[in-house]
Design a protein around this ligand. Structure first.
Ligand code: 6R9
Length: 683
């Protein structure tokens, strides 16, 4: 991508917050002014939400950028903040987790008392196994309460957890264990997926064989399936559940490391993103309260992410539990045993706040409106979205079919690296626009700049950057400070100016490095995402800059073309790539999933394709008209549900497929490639 990004899509719909919600909102409009007047003082105020054993002396140290320190000199225990203090305040009998197993009627209720007991027992058992502050513990578990307990037990004793998603391979698990030099793995015999037990232990056995640093493997019995037992193996029920339930939490320094979480990025070995204690907990606790308007006494909150992703860390474990929330945790897939499972859970538990991903919303759209319509969803009052840009029509579908036109939607932009939500509407303040993440939260400084770091004017598109440090920012990449600087800080601003020559930087394009302009000599964080400001200055995320297409000299975002396709009533989901083209440089190739009720056989399919190409041209202008549209049954996605455009580009350019190891379902690519051979509808 060169200078800036085209702004092709325009949206005029806007929805003010419901009056009753606005009147009672946790955070009101004045917060923006207060934070703008004194950003650091604002974050100090948020840090006071937590219980500190020792007050900090200094709010932030940014004297050695890009290495930040927050709440220096302060001490606290994260597990105490998430568990003990709620029990001490008299909320021990309150439900912390309504756990819903995938098999129907397999449920557990975990109160804050129960959580305190289990976390204390696990902390004692881990200590008994020789785990001490600063050690690393790998967690490879299904979505069961023990996953949260294991994370909190690590936090309680100052050990760093490295959660590895339960669907990852031997190789992914072992490289993460080796990179962090972990001592212990916590796993289970298996978990339930798509109606049957799915084994985890064999993967761990193979991985551990390649990881001499592992001293013990702690195994939760979940499915009861057969396991091979080795000399390092210990059952959770023989150790943790036999340990003393008394454990006194020790306070740790605000900058004591809390966890490592690996992100794969687009190339190279996974990056171990390091988060620390005080700043991280401050921001996730604040944002969970502000963005979801959580009323801990009455709300039932449900985040559908897996605990293996940052969304699970920040908005299942640390944010909600630090706020004393009652939440639903669901083990399985959305269509087991039927496609109404999610709505059945909302109905049964009277979920009032739901936080999910665009991929799920689009899947639900594909399955049809009649499914959510069968359930009572009247308990819902705030809806959230995260993980990818949400197409305006998917937003509208969510609003109409799930929120029943009364719940505000918060589209939350953030990353593993940012630790907590950065850009989002506030449900009681913002008049939101379908598809826009709107504005940075109070206390957050973001901008959209061109390739010289100059802010783009309203109506312009470019690179999304963060221009001031924030409490939950990543502190480094585990064991690789240089890669941390190269990847995030050397594209714009002071970090670019101090670079002798372009170095490697994965994920982000690194041509045309520019010295400090626009934002002076500041250190500027480049997230790797494209974005635009609309005429009101509100922000629209346009996807990863690596995905941007260059068509006849115009930088066109895949997101806008995808959103134009999804705005057609016959389309549920779309992925767009730029394929090499002899005349235009790159040409737009779209892979489109029709909605459930649409006939695509024979001529009807050809007709639909023609109509869709014209529809895009009409919405965005002729420059964005796809050269080719393929109707496909599925799209390749990462295991956290993000579309993998790279693989579609291989198909569109008739290449053999690149690395497919992070693909959720490998059969999908065969389906798409064979379809590509059958139907070449170029004109
Ligand atoms: C929280 C999470 C981060 C990347 C990010 C961006 C995309 C996340 C988004 C969004 C548009 C949103 N992303 N939220 N894009 N609108 N609301 O997903 O973390 O897995 O590290 O991914 O996801 O591209 O840079 P992570």
């Amino acid at each position: 991508m060169s200078k800036s990004l085209e702004n092709l899509y325009s949206e005029t719909r806007q929805f003010p917050p419901p009056e009753a919600l606005a009147a009672e909102a946790n955070v009101k409009a004045e917060a923006y002014e207060r934070a703008a007047a004194d950003r650091i003082g604002f974050w100090e105020e948020q840090a006071r939400r937590l219980t500190w054993s020792k007050q900090w002396d200094q709010a932030v140290d940014w004297s050695n950028p890009p290495f930040a320190k927050w709440f220096l000199g302060g001490e606290l225990n994260v597990a105490y903040n998430c568990v003990d203090r709620h029990v001490e305040a008299g909320h021990g009998d309150k439900v912390a987790i309504h756990w819903v197993g995938e098999p129907e009627d397999d449920t557990r209720t975990v109160t804050y008392n129960d959580l305190l007991k289990s976390v204390s027992q696990a902390a004692n058992a881990l200590t008994e196994l020789g785990v001490t502050a600063g050690d690393r513990v790998a967690i490879y578990l299904p979505m069961i309460p023990e996953a949260a307990v294991a994370m909190l037990a690590c936090a309680r004793i100052g050990a760093l957890h490295s959660v590895v998603f339960g669907g990852f391979s031997v190789d992914a698990l072992s490289t993460r264990i080796q990179d962090a030099d972990a001592k212990l793995v916590i796993t289970a015999d298996g978990g339930y997926r798509r109606g049957k037990p799915s084994a985890l232990k064999p993967t761990v056995d193979e991985a551990v064989a390649q990881c001499p640093s592992i001293e013990h493997v702690l195994v939760v019995r979940r499915t009861g399936q057969d396991v091979t037992w080795g000399e390092k193996d210990l059952w959770w029920h023989d150790t943790v559940e036999q340990a003393s339930p008394e454990h006194t939490p020790q306070a740790f320094d605000s900058e004591h490391p809390l966890f490592i979480l690996y992100t794969s990025g687009t190339t190279g070995k996974p990056k171990g993103i390091l988060h620390t204690t005080g700043g991280y907990l401050t921001q996730v606790s604040y944002t969970h309260n502000a963005v979801f308007d959580l009323k801990p006494e009455t709300d039932v909150y449900w985040c559908t992410a897996d605990i293996g992703w940052v969304t699970g860390h920040s908005y299942i474990v640390y944010g909600p539990l630090s706020n004393g929330a009652t939440q639903v945790m669901y083990e399985g897939t959305p269509d087991t045993p039927h496609k109404g499972r999610f709505w059945d859970i909302v109905d049964k538990y009277k979920v009032s706040i739901m936080y999910t991903a665009p991929t799920l919303i689009r899947t639900m759209m594909k399955w049809g409106d009649d499914i959510p319509a069968k359930y009572d969803l009247s308990s819902l009052r705030v809806l959230g979205s995260v993980g990818e840009p949400i197409n305006p029509e998917a937003w509208m579908w969510y609003r109409e079919n799930v929120g029943r036109e009364k719940s505000p939607i918060v589209d939350t932009w953030w990353q593993t690296e940012t630790g907590g939500i950065m850009i989002s509407p506030l449900p009681g303040v913002t008049a939101s626009k379908p598809g826009s993440a709107m504005t940075p939260l109070p206390g957050v400084s973001a901008d959209v700049v061109d390739d010289t770091a100059e802010p783009v004017p309203n109506g312009g598109g470019g690179f999304l950057v963060l221009t001031e440090p924030w409490p939950s920012m990543l502190r480094t990449i585990w064991g690789d400070d240089k890669r941390f600087i190269d990847t995030y800080w050397s594209r714009f601003g002071a970090g670019a100016a101090s670079q002798p020559a372009p170095g490697p930087s994965d994920g982000a394009e690194n041509q045309n490095r520019s010295a400090a302009q626009g934002h002076g000599d500041k250190w500027i964080y480049f997230a790797g995402d494209g974005a635009k400001k609309d005429d009101d200055g509100d922000l629209w995320l346009l996807g990863r800059v690596d995905d941007v297409m260059l068509v006849s000299g115009h930088n066109i975002s895949t997101t806008e073309v995808e959103s134009a396709l999804v705005s057609h009533p016959s389309v549920a989901e779309a992925a767009v790539v730029g394929a090499t083209d002899p005349t235009t440089g790159q040409a737009i190739v779209a892979f489109t999933i029709p909605r459930g009720n649409v006939d695509t056989a024979g001529d009807a399919g050809e007709e639909l394709i023609k109509e869709l190409r014209n529809h895009v041209a009409k919405k965005l202008g002729p420059i964005a008209k796809p050269r080719q549209i393929m109707l496909v049954p599925e799209l390749p996605k990462t295991r956290s549900g993000k579309i993998m455009r790279r693989l579609l580009k291989d198909v569109a350019e008739h290449r053999s497929l690149g690395d497919v190891t992070t693909l959720q379902d490998s059969a999908v690519m065969e389906l798409i490639s064979s379809g590509m051979k059958d139907r070449k509808s170029e004109d």
